[in-house]
Every structure is written in C-alpha cells, then in structure tokens.
Design a protein around this ligand. Sequence first.
Ligand SMILES: Cc1cc2nc3c(=O)[nH]c(=O)nc-3n(C[C@H](O)[C@H](O)[C@H](O)COP(=O)(O)OP(=O)(O)OC[C@H]3O[C@@H](n4cnc5c(N)ncnc54)[C@H](O)[C@@H]3O)c2cc1C
Length: 407
Amino acid sequence: MSKKIAIIGSGISGLSAACHLAKAGFDVTVFEKNNHAGGRIDVLKENGFTFDMGPSWYWMPEVFDKFYASFGYQTSDFYDLIKLNPGFEIIYNNNDHISVWADLDEIYHEFENIEKGSSHELKAYLKMAKKIYQIAMGDMVYKPFVSWTDFIDTKALNINLLSSLLYSVSYDVRKRFKHPYLRQLLEFPVIFLGATAEKIPALYHLMNYAAFEQGTWYPKGGMYKVSEAFEKIAKKLGVSFKFNSSVEKIIIDNKKATGVKANGNYYPADIVLSAADYAFTELNLLDEPYRNYDLNYWNKKTFAPSALLFYLGINKKIKKLKHHTLFFDADFNNHIDKVYNTHKWPEKPLFYLSTTSKTDPTVAPENHENLVILVPISTEIEDDDASINAIYQDVMQRLEAFTGESI
Ligand SMILES: Cc1cc2nc3c(=O)[nH]c(=O)nc-3n(C[C@H](O)[C@H](O)[C@H](O)COP(=O)(O)OP(=O)(O)OC[C@H]3O[C@@H](n4cnc5c(N)ncnc54)[C@H](O)[C@@H]3O)c2cc1C
C-alpha cells in the first residue's frame, strides 16, 4: 500500500508538492482552510471585472514550463501566455518615465537617454546577472539543501555564486549606475523579499536578468489560471482535497509525525508536509519541543512587506496606463524606511498599479479598466481607516495628475 502524505495548504507550493508526490506514487491528501485552492494567488470577480488579488508579475516562464513538462503537459495546455511590451513602466517625478521594453536594444536606448554610457554598463551587468541566474537555477533552486552534502555534490560552491552571497544587490548597482532612476529601477524587484537592496545578497541580480532578458509575461484570464492549472494536474494524478479544513495541529508520536488534526478530526498520515507559512507552522501547528526555532527567533526575523490593496472597476478606458506601472514619483528611501525600519504609514507612498485590462479584454467589461493599486506597508502596523483613506486620496490625485483624466 502506498504511503499516505498529508499536505497542509493548497497554495502554489502545496499544489506543486502534491503533484510531484502523487506522481512518485504516494497517496496524497491536501488540507486547505479556504474553500478553494490557490492560497495567495486569489481572484476577485465582481460586476464583470476580474482582479488578481495576489501575484500579478509572471517572471521566469521556463520554471512553469518545466513544471508542466514534468507531468507531460505544456503551458499552452492551460493558458495563453502573453509577453508584455513594455514589460512594465516606472513613473518618476515630473512625469519622467522609463519603460522596460520586451526588446533589450530598446532598453539600452532608454538607459542611454538617462545616463550617458549606462547602456554599456547594463550590458556588462546583465552578463553577470545571467551567470548568476544560470548557476542558481541550474545548481541551487532545485536542490532541497536539507544537508551540507547537497553543497558538496553540486557546483553550488562556484566562485561566482559565493561572491554573489557576500555582496549586496545595491553594491553592484550603485557601482555601475549613478542616476537615481536607474538605481531604483534595478533595486526595486528585491524590495518585496524582506529587506532593502543594501541587505539583499547580489544573488538576486537574477531577478533583473529575468525581467530584462526573459521578459514579463501574463497568463490570459489572470494569475489564478496558474493555480487552476496546478490543481487540475493534481486532481488528474489522484490527489484528494479537503477544503474548509483548517489544520489545528500536526500530531507527533514518539518524535514522528503521525497525522494532522483538522476541524477537530484526526487524519493519520505517514508523512506530514506543511506548505503553510513556515513561522505559522512552527508556532501554531507544532508543540514546542518539536519546533526548529523558538518565538524569540521568529520575533527577530524581518518578514516580506505587507500590502494595502485597492480594487477599482473604472467605467472608461484610461489611455496613459500600461499593464504594470510603478509610481516612484515619491521619496523612495523614505517609503522603504517606513516599511522596514520605522514601521509607519507612508504619507506619500510609492505604489504599483496593475491594469490587466490593457492586455486582456476578458477581465473588464468593454471600454472599462480593472485597476489594482498596491502600496507596500510594514507588517508591524495596525489597520487605521484615516491613514488608509489619506493614502487612497493621495494615490488617486497622483494618478489623475499623471493620466490627465478624472478617474
Ligand atoms: C499582494 C501580493 C502580491 C504578490 N505579487 C507577486 C508577484 O507579482 N509575483 C510573484 O512571483 N509573487 C508574488 N507574491 C508572492 C506569492 O503570492 C507567494 O510567494 C506565493 O503565492 C506563496 O505560495 P505558498 O504556496 O508558499 O503560500 P500560500 O499561497 O500562502 O499558500 C498557503 C496555503 O495554506 C493554507 N493554510 C494556511 N494555514 C493552514 C491551516 N492551518 N490549515 C489548512 N490550510 C492552511 C492557506 O489558506 C493557503 O491556501 C505576491 C503576494 C501577495 C500577497
């Protein structure tokens, strides 16, 4: 009889684990507290509008291709993948802007317009970022690193990779580029990882390689098409799903996980795999003696930022907007300081605007736009209507000023 595996959580990681384990012959059950799969990849559908509530940037399409290929599929079996052009646009003060085009030559041109000589620097920078990307994706990302021997039998000790762990993202970026627009453009992708670019290892230059050389993509219909695809594959492989099943505890007997308790019932399993957040799993699902780290450890950790989100259905087309627009027409360092250091509401925030209706007519009624506004905020502030309202007013006023339209 095949071994029983209980997976906690049906986000992208739980779904991916479920597919691989079912393919390997295990009897897999996924416990999900929500009534549907996807986790943070969630969708809001209302009055003909579709809003991605979580991720909206689809980078590194080869990772998804590889996942589908493991099960005999290709990406196009589940959704149309559209390459965005521009991939994204950044708005700075005085309506200055820079577009990250699908064609690298056009990006070099944009750089050169902003800082003389920077296109050559960008070429050299991307060459280095590509090397890091190839080593990381080839030798690191697909290794579990559960033991130090994983380092020994890989090329992970490669000198390029090691040096990329010693320096920060901003060290390289600031050495090569002087103009603040270019620095912000190259440093922004790592902001969401849980620290400022000064503290994120240069390994993460790989994100710029992905953005600039591989491009920014969009699955037609919305990002939830991805989790929908993973769920379909899991079901085809025989994975069982228990929705509305909140796991309260991982049951341990004689130092071995023997099952989970969900909604008051005990479900035996040979192996329990938690794909819920690590800190949550440790502090809420495991009794103290079985945790790897104590509360003290987790309290000292800096988590990736939280976000304030607004979903707006607009009854007209807004000409100037792109699929992805980043509004950096505010004090960049001041906002980041509030997210990571002072833990306060930003007064004039940086914000990200997603308008997938620019690419996809299925996500908004005809001649309408679906706007998702995301403001990064600290994980350590309390909800406060006055601050939220002030941010909304500020963001809308800047949006109207930029687009020249009443929204
Ligand atoms: C607003 C936002 C924007 C983002 N943008 C991007 C982006 O553009 N590109 C990108 O690559 N990433 C982005 N991310 C990050 C990305 O969404 C996450 O890294 C990814 O979805 C996490 O997947 P996961 O499976 O690890 O966790 P989750 O998606 O959080 O899944 C965990 C699952 O476990 C379930 N669960 C938790 N506790 C229990 C329990 N006790 N019992 C049963 N079930 C439980 C949860 O309900 C959930 O379904 C964004 C995230 C957010 C919030």
